[in-house]
Design a protein around this ligand. Structure first.
Ligand code: SF4
Length: 371
């Protein structure tokens, strides 16, 4: 039976689909601002039924666990679950996956886009490039990184971010704990501007035929924009300083603008700020990717909506906490450390547990036991 899970508590199961914010399933309605919970849930269902595009995509949720942050409260994910299975029960043949895509279709479409781009001559950069630099990484990754345009190394070897700037980017990713198979990298324009000049507005606009098609095909939830050109292309404005360091939600995804690694090579004094950005990006990615396995690796039980939180996880964790810190006062310190380290809110009383990462509990307990 498909379930509604809390991302922080239950993690991200293999067959789970993230339906919280930011995702295209995120509810535009907020409890309090748009009414009480029942009213907000009613409005959300009405909204979904009026969105033909979303209704057409419900099929992809069938048989999957839906994961979001707002569980354990009965939430919009319950509405999605119901509508998806309602369509299933009716054998609704009008429901199709986004653009009619299955995983296989998407890969085929991706290949078709790549093949088309590799012979593109739509803008003047085609006359000066050695080759089109399409991408590297896994397009199914939740984190997409978009730079400005290929440089000389990339132009000669056909892959983005493989020169000095790319090596710095790889080091930053490694330090932040982001693996190469968790990312997809491309550029605002796919061909090298001569002398590494900034691409013109016309070139950027023309190359949107490839850029936008890729984004529409894979719908990554988190896009990091490296440097002013990428930030301006996706978010408007002129200055990176106005956009840097902020999470910007638009088009159902989160954008995060930060320094281009080529700029950091020229001005290393900005590295601490860049590091701060990448820690935020890493945290956002971890949230999108779900939590760690709970201590003991026990399977996650079905979420208990009626009780308001997942008893089983809390009950498994409390002995660890009590055994380690012993007293409520000690628990208070543990709560503080949690809060400082991962923004988690944890209370000695399981009824007040909000969100926490079981992986962090394990790590902290082991740290204390070792100390
Ligand atoms: S930069 Fe983009 S639009 Fe211009 S030729 Fe290359 S692939 Fe085509």
């Amino acid at each position: 039976m498909p379930r509604v899970l809390n991302q922080r508590i239950d993690g991200m199961p293999r067959n789970g689909v993230y339906v919280g914010r930011p995702s295209r399933w995120g509810s535009p309605f907020v409890i309090g601002r748009d009414g009480d919970r029942a009213e907000v849930i009613r409005k959300y269902e009405e909204y979904l039924r009026s969105r033909q595009d979303l209704m057409a995509q419900l099929q992809e949720l069938r048989g999957k666990d839906l994961v979001c942050w707002c569980a354990p409260l009965p939430c919009h994910a319950d509405v999605l679950l119901r509508l998806a299975n309602e369509g299933d029960a009716m054998g609704d043949s009008t429901m199709t996956h986004a653009g009619g895509n299955t995983g296989e279709d998407q890969t085929q479409k991706h290949e078709a886009l790549r093949t088309a781009a590799l012979s593109c001559t739509a803008c003047p950069l085609a006359t000066t490039r050695q080759q089109v630099v399409f991408s590297r990484g896994d397009p199914q990754a939740r984190l997409w990184i978009v730079g400005e345009g290929p440089g000389a190394d990339e132009d000669s070897q056909g892959a983005p971010f493989i020169g000095r700037a790319g090596q710095l980017l790889d080091k930053i990713l490694e330090a932040a704990g982001i693996a190469q198979d968790e990312i997809f990298i491309t550029n605002t324009v796919l061909c090298r501007p001569p002398g590494n000049r900034v691409p013109t507005n016309d070139e950027i606009t023309t190359c949107a035929i490839h850029r936008d098609a890729l984004l529409d095909l894979w719908r990554p939830p988190l896009v990091v924009l490296l440097g002013a050109t990428a930030a301006r292309t996706f978010l408007g404005g002129n200055k990176l300083a106005d956009l840097r360091g902020q999470k910007i939600e638009r088009d159902g995804r989160v954008y995060f603008a930060t320094f281009h690694p080529a700029f950091l090579l020229r001005d290393p004094r900005q590295k601490p700020l860049a590091w701060k950005d990448w820690q935020t990006i890493r945290d956002e990615l971890r949230v999108l990717s779900g939590g760690d396995t709970p201590p003991g690796g026990a399977p996650v039980e079905e979420h208990d909506h009626a009780a308001g939180y997942n008893h089983s996880v809390v009950e498994r964790l409390m002995p660890y906490i009590e055994q380690t810190v012993g007293t409520p006062k000690g628990t208070g310190r543990l709560v503080q450390v949690f809060h400082d380290r991962c923004g988690v809110v944890l209370d000695h009383n399981p009824a007040k547990v909000a969100y926490f990462s079981p992986g962090d509990v394990t790590e902290l307990v082991q740290e204390r036991q070792a100390g």
